[in-house]
Ligand binder design. Structure first.
Ligand code: FAD
Length: 278
């Protein structure tokens, strides 16, 4: 699928400051100009950013691009989820990213639904086909899963519960994505699996985040980023080249779209897209 016909989507987090909110609108407009399929907005399990998610979805939607709140079930009761989903329905929201989520450490497990497949089933039971539901996928295996195959089985169950599409955790190795998609399809999954794309802009944050979410930062990328130290221009030029090449491989191999983790920045995603078109 050529880039011109590849659906693109962009993920944001709810800004925590007034300045962040102002900036969000500029970033939104810059990214809306690429005509993405949809925007999505993260949701903090355990209450950290929950109120901001809806406000951010509404602000993004003013651009004319559809916006989907993420929703996690960990730590929430069915009644709380029903109330939030009803509010989303009343606001005209028709797309969700449904997740289990991770509670901040010290908050225990809690909640009435234990896994994302139960959340997907709950949304379908209560709201029928009102929402288009995206779920998460892990080409390099979810960090808490005992094995690739156990995680794959859970993913298959989550799709069968009524998901319409999946978005992957980010990765830097196209083979991990293609292997996961092949295995999922062999196990009966038919929904599109969109690769999650993380632009490279800051080595320290990327290394910390990758360790936490189980995404492998390959040694050759790590070493090169380390060597650049605080030369952010070189990090960004290298990062754009590496990620644009990854996107090229993904599109050439049949990926059904690209979902960018923007971290509320427009330029890194735009640079990658420009390199892809160039
Ligand atoms: P699940 O699919 O429930 O899987 C969680 C773990 O449990 C896996 O190890 C799985 O193998 C296992 N498992 C699943 N079902 C079963 C079962 N029935 N029995 C036993 N084990 C099972 N987090 C947030 O807090 N907010 C966000 O906005 C957010 N957005 C995200 C967006 C994307 C695209 C991705 C990839 C991740 C996002 N996350 C977000 C992170 C996500 O919440 C965590 O990775 C979380 O640990 C797992 O959520 P999940 O929906 O994948 O869980």
């Amino acid at each position: 699928m050529p880039l011109a016909t590849t659906p693109i989507s962009f993920e944001f987090f709810p800004p925590k400051t007034e300045a962040g909110q102002q900036k969000l609108l500029q970033v939104r407009d810059a990214l809306a100009a690429t005509q993405p399929e949809f925007f999505s907005v993260t949701y903090g399990a355990g209450g950290s950013t929950q109120n901001g998610t809806l406000q951010t979805v509404l602000a993004l939607r003013e651009s004319g691009i559809d916006a989907a709140p993420h929703l996690s079930c960990i730590g929430a009761s069915r009644a709380e989820l029903r109330q939030l989903l009803s509010e989303y329905q009343q606001q005209g929201i028709t797309r969700l990213v449904a997740l289990r989520g991770d509670l901040p450490s010290g908050m225990g497990m809690g909640g009435e639904l234990r896994y994302a497949n139960e959340l997907v089933a709950f949304i379908r039971e209560e709201f029928g086909r009102h929402f288009t539901i995206e779920v998460a996928a892990y080409p390099e295996t979810h960090p808490q899963a005992p094995s690739f195959s156990a995680d794959l089985q859970h993913f298959v169950r989550k799709c069968a519960a009524g998901a319409d599409s999946a978005i992957t955790q980010y990765f830097f190795n196209a083979d991990a994505y293609f292997h996961f998609v092949e295995r999922a399809q062999a196990a009966g999954v038919t929904i599109p699996i969109l690769p999650g794309i993380m632009p490279i802009t800051n080595y320290t944050k990327l290394a910390r985040f990758s360790d936490a979410c189980g995404a492998e930062l390959p040694r050759w990328i790590r070493k090169q980023l380390e060597a650049y130290g605080d030369d952010s221009a070189s990090i960004q030029a290298f990062g754009t080249e590496v990620i644009a090449r990854l996107c090229d491989q993904l599109i050439a191999g049949g990926a059904p779209g690209l979902h960018f983790y923007t971290l509320n920045q427009a330029q890194p995603s735009l640079d990658i897209l420009a390199q892809l078109q160039g």
